[in-house]
Ligand binder design. Structure first.
Ligand code: PRX
Length: 651
């Protein structure tokens, strides 16, 4: 599927699906309430948010001011005090939810653990005490580099409980990536595991932490290690602690530390267009409010639902919609450790059937791979418990949307295509399942309170009648927006607000149709979206160039049927005459894997004697993108040396 195909197919798409009367009747948000919310946000924006914040959050101290907007810096609910872990746990303990399953966890090898709200609370309190016993204080940063095991959720909530800012580093990243992220945020503690399971293989997490600490990370004083697989690891007595030993010494009582509304809740690093990943900062109250509300509105979460989001907590989707959103609502959230197709392609359907999952949230790339595996893997299971399906991370092609609804959802459940980003903290554009008429491929409309718009290059809204494309922006601050890029206010300003002052630039292209529905067209910057994960081309190029044989490198996306986009690296070797062969190609792929992580490995390396450049010396990535995708490169008049291109096409 090429970008053109996507645009082509979504433009032709006109199948409309109304919410069923049955769903509408029981939905958390009905059309009338929706209209009221939209009208209220329109008339009195701050009042709208203030009322919601008062109703939804458990304030230790009430806030004085709803919004302090000094563009592009926002402060929400200032003067208020609360605690995110209290929001997720304590508030349920004096209700019947106390003994309800908070987390149902499925390990890849087939082990399983269920934690009730009370049990989760006890574990979180113990670990909060454990962190404090290591000297962690409110405001310190703690890195979590862990597999998808309950201890990861426990560690996240324990940090929140003491007001330490967590920095979750996806367990698929390399030692270098750990070093970069830990150093940028000065973490004092890293929580990890000996290893995690993925497709029956051990992912050696502790080894990667050791490697990162051997070359850098001077701020780290302690490493806490969960024993997950039992593999032999190196041990450093002066800094390493076994999770179990630390926990055994702690009490299960811990008073949640009230923090300011704007207290830094967490950092999550995401790829940008320059080499260095950005530490996206989210703060406490606004993030709590929006993840709670969107979970209830978009997923229609009810008390008797079992909810399963297949993301990893290493990404924003896992933060907001495995941990904070569902738990604040007192839901039962399912966590799965391993690969979706291990040991068989129906692993996820097994989990759905066994646990009676009602709400299922995954990425288009996963849906496309389920389609490829064949319907028989779905048909083997009774999935009738499913009553709502969600997708996130990349544009979904209508074919995959329809397959998802029909084959997984039995043809009669709402599908919510949710658009949002690490930076937005929570869902921004999405159907509301009891309200919105859905169209396959469109995330439909902004949620109440979210002023998302598609604008032209001057910042004026595009004309829906003309079905025009433009830039996706958010025109007013919202509570769960990022507050800055950690340690780099300038980069925050420039990246998100540099184009249109006071208006947030999402970095996505979009289109608005006559009905006002928004169709996301993909990134407008040098970011590649592989399987719903954003990777900066610069980051991968830096990794390639750091290999001794590489003189110059450019990385571009190529459309991929399953992953959405695949990475193609164009490389000029030190010895320009030498084209490089399969061996070097494999070595370079492995090198990128070591530098960033397996997810960033190029699918293909093409060697070129020279890269196409403009007269001012800029590599023309657009041309490379066309070549990688097998498209005609079109206008090449700005090229310094057109022969370079011929050599590439002949390849
Ligand atoms: O390009 C958009 C795409 O994913 C980007 C955000 O990536 P990340 O911060 O990693 O967060 C992913 C999960 C929230 C966006 O800029 N994207 C996300 N959701 C959608 C999407 N593209 C199209 N449709 C979506 N529903």
């Amino acid at each position: 599927m090429t970008d053109e195909d996507t645009i082509e197919s979504v433009l032709k798409e006109d199948r409309h699906f109304e919410p069923s009367e049955e769903f509408r009747q029981q939905a958390n948000l009905d059309p009338e309430t929706y209209e009221e919310l939209v009208a209220k946000a329109d008339e009195d924006y701050e009042g709208f948010w203030a009322d919601l914040a008062r109703e939804e959050l458990d304030w230790k101290e009430p806030f004085d001011e709803t919004l302090d907007w000094d563009p592009p810096f926002a402060e929400w609910f200032t003067g208020g005090e609360l605690n995110l872990s209290y929001q997720c746990l304590d508030r349920h303990l004096d209700t019947w939810r106390r003994n309800k399953a908070a987390i149902i966890w499925e390990g890849e090898p087939g082990d399983k653990r269920v934690l009730t709200y009370q049990e989760l609370h006890n574990e979180v309190c113990r670990f909060a005490n454990g962190l404090e016993s290591l000297g962690v204080e409110t405001g310190d940063r703690v890195a979590l580099y862990m597999p998808m095991i309950p201890e990861l959720a426990i560690a996240v909530l324990a940090c929140a409980r003491i007001g330490a800012t967590h920095n979750v580093i996806f367990g698929g990243f390399s030692a270098n990536a750990i070093e970069e992220r830990v150093e940028d945020s000065d973490c004092s503690v890293i929580v990890t595991a000996d290893a995690g399971w993925r497709r029956g293989k051990e992912i050696e997490l502790k080894d990667a932490v050791d490697e990162a600490l051997s070359s850098g990370c001077p701020s780290v004083e302690d490493v806490v290690v969960v024993q997950r697989t039992g593999r032999a690891i190196n041990w450093y007595d002066d800094r390493d602690h076994w999770w179990d030993e630390l926990m055994a010494k702690q009490s299960a009582d811990h008073e949640a530390v009230p923090v300011d509304s704007e207290h830094p809740a967490f950092l999550l690093y995401t790829s940008g267009t320059t080499g260095k990943p950005k530490g996206v900062l989210h703060t406490t109250a606004g993030y709590a409010l929006w993840t709670k509300l969107t979970s209830r509105w978009v997923f229609d979460l009810k008390d008797d639902d079992v909810y399963f989001c297949t993301a990893d907590i290493g990404w924003i989707t896992g933060h907001s919609y495995i941990v904070y959103g569902p738990l604040q609502n007192g839901a039962t959230t399912v966590m799965y450790e391993g690969a979706p197709n291990y040991p068989r392609p129906d692993r996820l359907w097994e989990i759905v059937e066994e646990n009676g999952v009602n709400i299922f949230y995954t990425a288009p790339t996963a849906i496309r791979s389920f389609m490829k595996q064949g319907d028989e893997w779905v048909d083997k299971h009774d999935l009738s418990s499913i009553r709502l399906l969600g997708t996130v991370g990349e544009p979904i092609n209508p074919e995959a949307w329809i397959w998802y609804r029909d084959t997984v959802g039995g043809g009669d459940v709402p599908v919510v295509d949710t658009w949002w980003q690490t930076e937005t903290g929570g869902i921004m554009i999405s159907p509301l399942p009891g309200v919105t008429t859905t169209i396959p491929g469109s995330a439909t409309k902004p949620l109440p309170g979210i002023e998302a718009e598609v604008v032209d290059h001057d910042g004026d809204p595009v004309d829906p009648e003309a079905n025009e494309g433009g830039l996706l922006v958010v025109q007013k601050p919202w509570p769960s927006m990022l507050r800055t890029v950690w340690g780099d206010d300038e980069r925050y300003k420039e990246t998100y607000f540099g184009r249109f002052p006071g208006t947030y630039l999402a970095g996505d292209g979009a289109r608005r149709d006559k009905e006002g529905n928004i169709w996301i067209m993909g990134r407008i910057d040098d970011v590649i979206n592989v399987s719903g994960h954003r990777l900066g081309t610069m980051e991968i190029e830096s990794a390639l160039v750091s290999h001794p044989s590489v003189a110059e490198a450019a990385v571009v996306p190529r459309p991929d049927d399953v992953k959405g986009q695949a990475i193609v690296g164009f490389v000029t070797t030190e010895d320009h005459a030498d084209g490089g062969g399969p061996e070097l190609s494999e070595a370079l792929r492995a090198h990128v894997g070591d530098e960033i992580g397996a997810i960033a490995k190029p699918a293909e390396i093409r060697f070129a004697p020279d890269l196409p450049k403009t007269r001012s010396g800029k590599i023309m990535r657009r041309l490379l993108g066309d070549i990688a995708a097998g498209r005609d490169p079109g206008d090449v008049t700005t090229l310094e040396d057109p022969d370079v291109l011929d050599a590439l096409i002949d390849e």
